[in-house]
Design a protein around this ligand. Structure first.
Ligand code: PEP
Length: 256
């Protein structure tokens, strides 16, 4: 089954509102009306930039989706500092990244938290970009596939196939994120294939074949082609290279 590629930009904690408006406008200025036929594009700015970025894209009638980088699973209440799914939904977000390795490593996000967030998102009609990936120590132990597929199982525990089908998995080896060190296309393909095989066990082959599995970790215009040539890599979740309109647009072009 042919899957529509996806290019998602994770801005991390970069860009004030003013800077976000400029970057979104620069991307929008290079918008090609044929992009939506060929691929799905998402930008994931910080929370405060979501509404301004969405406003720019809507004003320009640009079919680029906006997603959050994180979300809390409770809809409202005494959770100081958190932002809920209904809040991001109301301002037009299509999705949220969940389980990014920086959230897992720096903020103690667990597999159980990731699962709650996935359920909250799909329950509200949004989708999750579920990040999974191993540390260098896990890779050197030879335990990568076991570790990553366990993360996939935990993230989707209790999620039904119809909701899972709308979600996206991003395989992001931690040792490749922001380091300039990319997984080889073969390394990335091997893990993305294992992710898909796990999705097939959980949800059946047809659903697994329809789900997008992205690669993330120092993806850039120089290495995107080799990664995109792999049968189980359906696009990218990109940090550094999404912060300049020129490189992000080059990545979008490479995915169509
Ligand atoms: C990311 O933040 O998800 C990421 C892959 O970052 P980078 O592209 O900078 O490695």
């Amino acid at each position: 089954m042919a899957r529509k590629p996806m290019m998602a930009g994770n801005w991390k904690m970069n860009n004030t509102v003013g800077e976000a408006v400029v970057l979104t406008q620069e991307i929008s200025n290079q918008y090609d009306k044929e992009w939506p036929e060929a691929l799905d594009i998402v930008i994931c700015p910080p929370f405060v930039d979501l509404k301004p970025a969405k406003t720019v894209l809507d004003f320009d009638r640009t079919k680029i989706a906006v997603g959050a980088q994180n979300v809390y699973w409770e809809p409202k209440g005494a959770f100081t500092g958190e932002v809920s799914v209904p809040m991001i939904k109301e301002i037009g977000c299509a999705c949220s990244i969940v389980g990014h390795s920086e959230r897992r490593e720096l903020f103690g996000e667990t597999n159980e938290d990731v699962n709650r967030k996935v359920k909250a998102l799909v329950g509200a009609g949004l989708y999750a970009i579920v990040c999974v990936g191993e540390s260098l120590a896990v890779r050197e132990e030879g335990a990568t596939e076991k570790y990553v597929t366990a993360q996939v199982r935990a993230a989707f525990a209790g999620v039904d196939a119809r909701d899972a089908a709308r979600c996206v998995v991003a395989y992001e080896p931690i040792w490749a994120i922001g380091t300039g060190r990319t997984a080889t296309p073969e390394q990335a393909q091997a893990v993305c294939a294992a992710v898909r095989a796990t999705l097939a066990e959980l949800f059946g082959a047809e659903t697994a074949e329809s789900m997008r599995v992205l690669y993330g970790g120092s993806m850039n215009p120089g290495n995107v082609e080799g990664l995109m040539a792999q049968p189980d890599i359906d696009g990218g979740l990109v940090g550094g290279a999404s912060l300049k309109a020129e490189s992000f647009v080059q990545l979008v072009e490479a995915c169509r």
